[in-house]
Write a new protein. Structure first.
Length: 79
């Protein structure tokens, strides 16, 4: 007897269609700012979690608050 829980989905993952690709914002120099933004958000979220003792269950709240904080910072200027 085979149950549905024992069956594994063997269908290959679908690739994203070209129309679903996203253009990331670029700095004037042409380098992508998205990885830097992600790192800043991750660091801010870590410190928020640390300040509350890493109590589980608020990870999404920490991430969203960190996104808002990073996005509200004035842009860095090059000298």
């Amino acid at each position: 007897m085979t149950t549905s829980a024992s069956k594994q989905d063997t269908t290959p993952p679908r690739a994203m269609p070209p129309s679903a690709e996203v253009d990331l914002p670029l700095e004037p120099s042409g380098a992508s700012v998205q990885p830097q933004r992600q790192a800043m958000i991750a660091e801010a979220a870590f410190f928020m979690a640390q300040s509350r003792g890493f109590v589980p269950g608020q990870e999404l709240d920490d991430w969203l608050a960190a996104e808002r904080a990073v996005d509200q910072r004035p842009p860095a200027t090059e000298h």
